[in-house]
Design a protein around this ligand. Structure first.
Ligand SMILES: Cc1cc2nc3c(=O)[nH]c(=O)nc-3n(C[C@H](O)[C@H](O)[C@H](O)COP(=O)(O)OP(=O)(O)OC[C@H]3O[C@@H](n4cnc5c(N)ncnc54)[C@H](O)[C@@H]3O)c2cc1C
Length: 493
C-alpha cells in the first residue's frame, strides 16, 4: 500500500531534486521524460520492477494518430475531428470527454516527436483498418512489438542522460501545503530515498493486478484473468484517493477475446478481421466478431462457453508474415490445420453438421449472397476455404481504463475541477477515453494514445512550469491549495 508523507522542512533532507519526477518506466513515463527534457527540464524516472515490464512492453506498440505525414504519404485523408468522432461513436459519453479532442489534436505532433526527436521507428499500418477507426491511422514499430517501442524510447532517454532507477518503487508522495513535491522510493536493499520535485507524474499504470480494486470498481471483469503487467497494482488510484482527486470511468477496461489456450499467447484479431470466425464448442457463432477484440470479449463472457478462432491457411500465413508474435504461436503448434470440415469439427469437438452450417452461412454472408444473422458485414479475405485452421481461445483483461481525471495538460483534478498542484497523471493511471463501463468502448490504440499522448502533454507542461518557476514569472508556482489533508504520514507498503 502506498502513502503520503510530508516534505522535509529543508532541502538538505532530500537525497535528490529534479523538476519532474516520473513514477513508472512505461510508455507514458518515458515519453513524458523525453518531452520534459526537450523542454529543458531536469527529469528522473523511478521504476518499481527491476526491468522494463509494463503493459507498453506487452502491447503491439500501435499508436493512433490523425493527420501525420505518414498518412499523407500513403494518400490517407485524416484529421483530428474525424479521429475524435470515431472515438466518441464507439465510447459514447464518459467522464473524460474533453480529453478526446485534446488527444486527437496532439496525436500527429506526438508521432512526429517520436519519429524526429526520439528516433522511434514507426510505420503506418495500412494492411487493414483497425477496430473503430474510419481510416488507417495506427502507427506501430515495424515488428509490431511494444518491446521495440520501449527499446527505442530507452535509447533516446540514455542519449539524453535521463536516469531510470529500476527496482525503486515509489512508496509515498511528498506533500507540502497541499502540493505534491516529490516522492519517497525504496531500493532493493531496503533503503529509502527522498526525491524532491517541482512536479510528479503518475505514470504507474492501472489496477488490473489488484484484486481488491478490480472487485470494487470493475466487477464486470471479475470472471476473467488479468493478462496485463504485474506492476499495475493501482498505486495511482490509491494516491489519488488520499489526495482527494476525482476518479473517472472506473468500470471501463480493455479486454481481448483471443488469448490462445493453453499457450497463453495472443491470437491477433487480424486473423478475425481478415475473415476468421469465432465459434463455440457446439460449432455455432454467437456474435458479430467485427465488434473488435475488446468488445467481443464481453460477448464471450456473457455466452459462457469455450470458444475457438476458426480461419484458414491463407489468413494464417499472411498474418504470420506481418506479426511475428502470431508467427511464433503458429510455430509452437497453436494454430492447428484441418483439411476438411470433418477434421475441423474433430479438433473443436463439435458436431460436424452444425459447424458445416455455420461455415456455409458465414460464407454466404461473405459473398454478399445473404445477410449475416449476427450483423457482420466485413469478412476480409472472404469465405473461408480449406485447409482450415483453428485455435482455442479465451478472453482476458488487458488493461483498466479508469483512473484519475486530468485536464488537457494531464494535471490531476479534484471533483470541483481545480488541479492538485504538482501532480500529473497519464496512461493507465489516468481516466481513459474508452467509455464509462465495460470493454465495448475501447477503440484500437486507446491505451497508448492515452499513455503516450498524456505523457507528451505532461512532460511539455511540466517543463514549461519549471522554466517559469526558474524565471520567477507568473505562470509558476502552480496555485497551492491548503485543503488537502495528509491522511497518512510516513512510509508504508
Ligand atoms: C497484451 C497487451 C497488448 C496491448 N496492445 C496495445 C496496443 O497495441 N495499442 C494500445 O494502444 N494499447 C495496447 N495495450 C494497452 C497499453 O499497453 C496500455 O494502455 C499502455 O501501455 C499503458 O502505458 P503506461 O505507461 O500507462 O503503463 P505501463 O506500460 O504498464 O508502465 C507503468 C510502469 O509503472 C510501474 N510502476 C507501477 N507502480 C509503480 C510505483 N509505485 N513506483 C514505480 N513504478 C511503478 C510499472 O511496473 C510499469 O513498468 C495493450 C495491453 C496489453 C496488456
Amino acid at each position: 500500500m502506498v502513502a503520503l508523507a510530508p516534505l522535509p522542512p529543508a532541502a538538505d533532507g532530500l537525497d535528490a531534486e529534479v523538476d519532474l519526477l516520473v513514477i513508472g518506466a512505461g510508455g507514458c513515463g518515458l515519453v513524458a521524460a523525453l518531452a520534459a527534457r526537450a523542454g529543458g527540464a531536469e527529469v528522473a524516472v523511478v521504476e518499481k520492477l527491476d526491468r522494463f515490464a509494463g503493459n507498453t512492453m506487452l502491447s503491439s506498440g500501435s499508436i493512433p494518430a490523425a493527420g501525420t505525414r505518414l498518412q499523407r504519404a500513403a494518400g490517407i485523408d485524416d484529421d483530428p475531428a474525424r479521429f475524435a468522432a470515431d472515438l466518441r461513436r464507439v465510447a459514447g459519453p464518459h467522464d473524460a470527454d474533453p480529453l478526446v479532442d485534446r488527444l486527437a489534436a496532439v496525436s500527429a505532433d506526438l508521432v512526429h516527436f517520436l519519429l524526429d526527436e526520439a528516433g522511434v521507428a514507426l510505420t503506418l499500418v495500412t494492411g487493414y483498418r483497425h477496430v473503430g477507426h474510419g481510416v488507417c491511422r495506427l502507427h506501430a514499430p515495424p515488428s509490431r512489438r511494444g518491446a521495440d517501442l520501449v527499446a527505442d524510447l530507452e535509447r533516446a532517454a540514455a542519449a539524453r542522460d535521463i536516469p531510470i532507477a529500476f527496482g525503486n518503487p515509489a512508496v509515498a508522495l511528498l506533500v507540502a501545503d497541499g502540493a505534491v513535491r516529490g516522492a519517497v522510493t525504496e531500493s532493493a536493499g531496503g533503503g529509502t530515498a527522498r526525491i524532491g520535485a517541482r512536479a510528479v507524474l503518475l505514470a504507474c499504470s492501472g489496477f488490473g493486478q489488484s484484486r481488491p480494486l478490480r472487485d470494487r470498481f470493475c466487477p464486470d471483469m471479475a470472471a476473467i484473468p488479468h493478462f496485463g503487467a504485474i506492476g499495475s497494482e493501482g498505486d495511482a488510484v490509491t494516491w489519488g484517493e488520499l489526495l482527494g482527486a476525482r476518479l473517472g470511468n472506473m468500470a471501463a477496461f480493455q479486454a481481448h477475446a483471443g488469448v490462445a489456450q493453453p499457450h497463453g499467447a495472443l491470437v491477433t484479431w487480424t486473423v478475425i478481421e481478415k475473415g476468421g470466425l469465432v465459434v463455440d464448442d457446439a460449432g455455432a457463432r454467437f456474435a458479430d466478431e467485427s465488434l473488435g477484440y475488446s468488445a467481443f470479449a464481453e460477448r464471450v463472457v456473457a455466452h459462457g462457453r469455450p470458444t475457438f478462432a476458426v480461419y484458414d491457411a491463407r489468413i494464417r500465413d499472411v498474418t504470420a508474415v506481418g506479426q511475428p508474435e502470431f508467427g511464433e504461436l503458429v510455430t509452437q503448434g497453436g494454430a492447428r490445420a484441418a483439411a476438411t470440415v470433418a477434421d475441423l469439427a474433430g479438433l473443436i469437438g463439435c458436431p460436424e453438421a452444425e459447424l458445416a452450417a455455420t461455415l456455409h452461412a458465414a460464407g454466404e454472408a461473405a459473398r454478399g449472397a445473404a445477410a449475416d444473422r449476427h450483423g457482420r458485414t466485413a469478412f476480409g479475405l472472404g469465405p473461408l476455404a480449406p485447409p482450415y485452421v483453428v485455435t482455442r481461445i479465451a478472453p482476458a483483461l488487458f488493461h483498466t481504463q479508469g483512473g484519475l481525471v486530468v485536464d488537457g495538460d494531464a494535471r490531476v483534478l479534484r471533483p470541483d475541477g481545480s488541479a492538485i498542484p504538482g501532480l500529473y497523471a497519464g496512461g493507465g493511471a489516468a481516466c481513459g477515453v474508452s467509455g464509462r463501463r465495460g470493454s465495448l468502448g475501447y477503440v484500437s490504440g486507446n491505451g497508448l494514445l492515452s499513455a503516450l499522448g498524456l505523457g507528451f502533454l505532461a512532460g511539455r507542461a511540466a517543463a514549461r512550469a519549471a522554466a517559469a518557476a526558474r524565471a520567477g514569472t507568473a505562470a509558476a508556482p502552480l496555485p497551492v491549495s491548503n485543503d488537502v489533508t495528509i491522511q497518512r504520514e510516513g512510509i508504508s507498503r
